[in-house]
Design a protein around this ligand. Structure first.
Ligand SMILES: [Zn+2]
Length: 198
């Protein structure tokens, strides 16, 4: 029988997405056995991230620096801006390595059902970034869900009149598809074949 501390650790791990009580217990056992090679490095890595965790004031990305690594990367094309719902979408798209511009995280999607309006999302900061100038293309990379597409239409309306090319991911995305769950090939294809918003 494990001590309360070990039980607490297993319970905390079991609350993580993708882990249930069973895999959490296996992970704990593994960590206890591999104290030097796995447990200590994990704790140190977590502590380093936790201590420096920040939300980027410019784009809404989560990183260990603010502004984030993407916003401060001089190799990124500042004229291209990709708007996503969540940080997970940003990470998924960036894994495809096809988009060389910068991002803007809305922090959700419009939802009448959940009472989420534009003021609850990073819409004002998006408009401000576009209004500031220097951006040629805005990619509306919303999820292929009803709410995602409603959000994209709303943003397209709000961005009307600004001298930017509005594009969206190709319709190769499966309906209901959330970016984070797509394989990188599908995502890369949707990004490569992006088309103007009509
Ligand atoms: Zn950023």
């Amino acid at each position: 029988m494990a001590s309360q501390e070990i039980e607490d650790l297993a319970a905390a791990l079991a609350r993580l997405p993708g882990l249930g009580p069973r895999s959490a217990r296996r992970a704990v056992l593994y960590l206890l056995k591999k104290r030097e090679s796995a447990f200590t490095p994990l704790v140190e890595a977590m502590e380093r991230v936790r201590a420096n965790l920040a939300t980027c004031d410019i784009c809404g990305n989560v990183d260990t620096q603010n502004p984030c690594g993407i916003c401060t990367d001089p190799r990124r094309d500042p004229r291209s801006l990709c708007v996503v719902e969540e940080v997970s979408d940003l990470w998924a798209l960036d894994r495809s390595r096809l988009f060389v511009g910068r991002y803007h995280v809305l922090g959700g999607r419009l939802s009448a059902l959940d009472g989420i309006g534009p003021e609850d999302l990073g819409v004002a900061s998006l408009i401000a970034r576009v209004a500031e100038g220097g951006i040629d293309e805005v990619v509306l990379a919303m999820n292929a869900t009803l709410e995602g597409q409603t959000t994209a239409h709303y943003l397209a309306e709000r961005l009307e009149g600004y001298p930017v090319r509005l594009t969206q991911l190709a319709q190769g995305l499966p309906m209901g598809g959330e970016l984070d769950y797509l394989d990188e090939g599908t995502l890369a294809q949707a990004l490569r074949a992006r088309k103007p918003v009509v």
